[in-house]
Design a protein around this ligand. Sequence first.
Ligand code: UD1
Ligand code: MG
Length: 456
Amino acid sequence: MPLSIIILAAGQGVRMKSSRPKVMHALAGKPMLQHVVDTCLALEPDQIIVVVGHQSERVRSMMHDQGLEFVEQSDQQGTGHAVAQCLPVLNKGNDVIVLYGDVPLISVDTIRALLDKSDGTSVNILSFLPQNSQGYGRIQRSADDNVEAIVEENDASAEQKKIRESNSGILFIVGEKIGDLIGKLENNNVQGEYLLTDVVKHAVQQGLKVAATICSENDDLYGVNNQAQLAEVEKIYRCRQVEKLMRGGVKLYDPARIDVRGTLQVGTDIEIDINCVFEGDVSLSDRVKIGANCVIRNSTIGSDSIIQPMSSIDGAVIGNRVSIGPFARIRPGTECADEVKIGNFVETKKSQIGAGSKVNHLSYIGDAEIGAAVNIGAGTITCNYDGVNKFKTIIEDGVFIGSNTQLVAPVRIARGATIGAGSTITSDTPADKLTLSRSKQVTIDAWKKPARKNRE
Ligand code: UD1
Ligand code: MG
């Protein structure tokens, strides 16, 4: 049967003590709910329905354009009530998996395992064996191990509270029974809510097959209710990423000191020193070395390139055998061809830097097109902004720019030109010639060092 996945995300998350809806809190740089949605999308179900309630407009607008269907649950009368709201939009006959927006580490493998074990069942609960079952619904089994009911903590007797097998909340319900089972739910319990877990009781009463599949990946089921738990989940996420990187052959100087908040694609023989942060989509080719304390975001780095310590790279395409930093700031739109060198305290933005060119010290390169084999002297600045508009600086192949030069854009430095140190260049300069703009050096013979005045 085709599959519909329902994600419950209506709750406010009071214990987060935040004005932001709980499922919108970021884990590894993206909302918790987005993690769940990404996992769902990887499963390619027929339908993904998200139940929203608290600040639903905000949740919808942050999650738009992903083919999700939203169902409003304005008064939250329990998990069973939430699923009931989905029945009118549920594609007829589809089997259903229920997930939670605040259980963000759920994996494709765990959901597939639940689905594999759901064949022939009407309801299949994803259960687990936590260290401490307190707060969870307990799975009550008969003497011959059949699932009889889920007993919520509040409704459980002292004996039932001793049961270790607990309900993760995640479950499978077969398509042909969901309408009937959800329709039977009532709210005459301690909570006064429609409990989704009661579908087990009704299914058992009807003689339907109910199973509970024990999940051994407890981390997959970690639910977030407060900031401490969010930090814990962040740590688990980080450990998983680090595991994957090291298994893929990456050398991490200290696996406890790296953060991957997105996807990091790696080639072979990569080395990453401590305290580096990778955000968004980053790709590192073979033999790239990253020094300590670098932050790299949405960028590609070519093979044999070295990023020296304390560098920030954002939205850049870096070629092969490039050296960057230490203390470089590479901003969006920077493209470095092969064998480029960007040194310390250099900022680049929206600029192409041609093969073998060097910007080694203390420079700002913005909105520039720099050719191959160019040498930009220390302290060079492209003056790209007149306070209102941005303009381009073009520096052709083989140019040498002397130190402390300002290039006032729009301006073109033609091929092979040399610009004398300390120049302010405001118009185009010819090829293969020395151009400079500074007043002639003079020595004042009559000058005398000022004498110290007698203090009163
Ligand atoms: C639920 C399960 C319990 C399980 C536990 C695992 C039920 C009745 N109980 O209990 O067996 O051990 O999860 O963590 O299902 N939500 C809505 N609309 C509502 C109510 C809840 O969208 O009307 C959402 C919440 O935002 C939350 C999720 O459903 O993300 C679970 O609700 P919660 O109240 O936390 O259920 P628990 O009491 O934890
Ligand atoms: Mg809960």
